[in-house]
Design a protein around this ligand. Structure first.
Ligand code: ME8
Length: 512
């Protein structure tokens, strides 16, 4: 049954460099959300992609002695490869060099020009190439970019400008009357304060920059890479010449981004949409930043880790679980191998892996490897059933608020509860004196495991599949694999105990 559409996006990443933990984080979080919404029966469209124009890419190509085309075609493959390797289930992948994008960007630019929201002027100020941002002298900190701290360059050139100032009050009103629009709260306040401090019109073109989308009718200028990039969220849906997909999915339910690009998504993007008379996205969520072993992730510090190196050694799901569980969504986080190994050994190995293993071992031993038919009713299982019902509402609430770590915490409480239920029910004693009680207990445990497999599926899709297999639930059985109400597990299902889900890792196994 359909329950409406859900459109979710990640930033489109620059292809000047290789993807690292930070990029993988946003995309993994988006993937978990997309999978969760699909589980709820929604018609999901999950978009990611790459930002391929601009001076930064142009310089990177020069530095590596290749053409920008060759660079973007080479690096984009690394992104695609990584998303595949991390079990990312995006529905589309947009590249800003694709014709479906460039022609629409030009059309939109032309429309805004005709409307008078874009006009030609003279820019004199500063530009940060790594951030592709314009800054005034007053905004610089010690002559450097206030965002990334690197040297800004002086610019004086003819530019097209966009009338951001015209939309400032409307944006503020929208932020104030829609508390959910910008999240989390602290970021929303920062954005509000910056808007309240006053905004100028912004440059939306660069002169004589050979790598970008030419301004229509004035090809000596290229469209500012941020305007080009932001428009991906609607050009990918066909705006505005293919209305079917656009009408089906727009406005976006969530734009997931990192906190450093909130200004572009919370101020510039809404203004552009207002100028186009297009409704605003429902939510922009700006998450925090990852450091590695306490340090900023940076090529010059030499601490960039390829996520696929981590997953090769520790597994894709362990990595996905770690990044989503370790940090409350919205806060900064720190990656460390010690913490990763700790989470694998305790949460994944001890709590989850052992629960599956010990439960299937008992079903094999006492019921010949078949889920027992519960004989009669028994008091102590009732708590577990109630906890399972509560879990559904809890996970829904946390996911609605994009609190992925809290959703995982709730699931792990239920895993702990199921382990405790086994301890309290003592099946090994019941096996000697009460077969009907034993059948109820082990049915309940197996049913709890079925539910756990469903709940973890958005976060750890492969582990979820493996658990279904070991529980003996076939792939094509969508009811048993998706319904979250208690009692769907069919008695007499033949279980297939397999290998341990997360074998213990010695702490000394961490890379140096
Ligand atoms: O900004 N911690 O692309 P980008 C957490 N092309 N997340 C991080 C991170 C870190 N240390 N480092 C990067 C751009 N990210 C533009 C976006 S969108 C219309 C255009 C993630 O390649 C985070 O999501 O620099 C951040 O916003 C994004 O990567 C920046 O990627």
């Amino acid at each position: 049954m359909g329950k409406g559409s859900f459109y979710l996006t990640t930033p489109i990443y620059y292809v000047n460099d290789v993807p690292h933990i930070g990029h993988s984080y946003t995309t993994i979080a988006a993937d978990a959300l997309a999978r969760y919404e699909r589980l709820k029966g929604r018609d999901v469209f999950f978009l990611t992609g790459t930002d391929e124009h601009g001076q930064k890419i142009h310089r990177a190509a020069h530095a590596s002695n290749e053409t920008p085309e060759a660079l973007v075609n080479r690096v984009v493959e690394r992104y695609k490869f990584m998303w595949k390797g991390l079990s990312i289930s995006n529905d589309d992948f947009i590249r800003t060099t694709e014709l479906r994008h460039t022609r629409r960007v030009q059309k939109i630019f032309q429309r805004l020009l005709e409307k008078g929201d874009i006009y030609l002027g003279e820019y004199e100020g500063w530009y940060c190439v790594p951030c592709e941002s314009f800054w005034t002298a007053g905004q610089l900190t010690g002559g450097n970019c206030p965002e990334c701290g690197r040297t800004a360059e002086r610019l004086k050139e003819a530019n097209y400008f966009f009338k951001l100032s015209k939309y400032r009050n409307r944006i503020l009103e929208h932020i104030d009357s829609n508390p959910q629009f910008i999240q989390p709260e602290s970021r929303r306040n920062e954005l509000r304060n910056r808007l309240l401090a006053g905004v100028d019109d912004i440059s939306v073109s660069r002169q004589a920059l050979p790598w970008g989308i030419p301004v229509p009718m004035d090809p000596g200028h290229t469209i500012y890479v941020w305007i080009d990039a932001l428009l991906n969220y609607i050009t990918a849906l066909g705006y505005d010449d293919e209305t079917e997909k656009f009408n089906r999915y727009w406005p976006a339910d969530v734009h997931l981004i990192g906190k450093e690009i909130l200004w572009f998504h919370g101020a510039i993007w809404p203004a552009v949409l207002m100028a186009l008379d297009v409704p605003l996205p429902k939510k922009v969520f700006a998450h925090g930043w990852w450091t590695i072993e306490g340090q900023k992730i940076s090529k010059s510090l030499g601490n960039v880790i390829d996520p696929l190196k981590i997953t090769e050694q520790y597994g894709v799901d362990a990595y996905r679980y770690f990044v989503l569980r370790e940090v409350p969504f919205g806060m900064d986080g720190n990656f460390s191998y010690t913490m990763l190994i700790h989470r694998i050994n305790s949460d994944l190995g001890n709590d989850l892996g052992n629960l599956l293993m010990r439960s299937l071992t008992m079903i094999e031993k006492y019921f010949d490897g078949k889920v027992p038919s519960p004989q009669g009713t028994r008091e102590e299982g009732i708590d577990l059933v109630e906890d399972a019902a509560r879990l559904e509402a809890e996970v829904d609430d946390e996911m609605e608020a994009l609190q992925l770590s809290l959703a995982l915490e709730a699931i792990w409480e239920f895993i702990a509860r199921t382990n405790k239920y086994i301890e309290e029910s003592k099946p090994w004693v019941l096996a000697k004196n009460d077969r009907s009680a034993l059948s109820i207990t082990l049915y309940n445990v197996a049913e709890a495991l079925r539910l756990i497999s469903i709940y973890i599926s958005p976060f750890m899709p492969q582990t979820s599949q493996e658990m279904f297999c070991q529980l003996g639930i076939p792939e094509e059985d969508h009811i048993q694999r998706s319904e979250r109400c208690w009692g769907r597990l069919r008695p007499l299902t033949k279980t297939k105990k397999g290998k341990a889900l997360f074998p213990r890792i010695e702490v000394s196994a961490q890379p140096v």
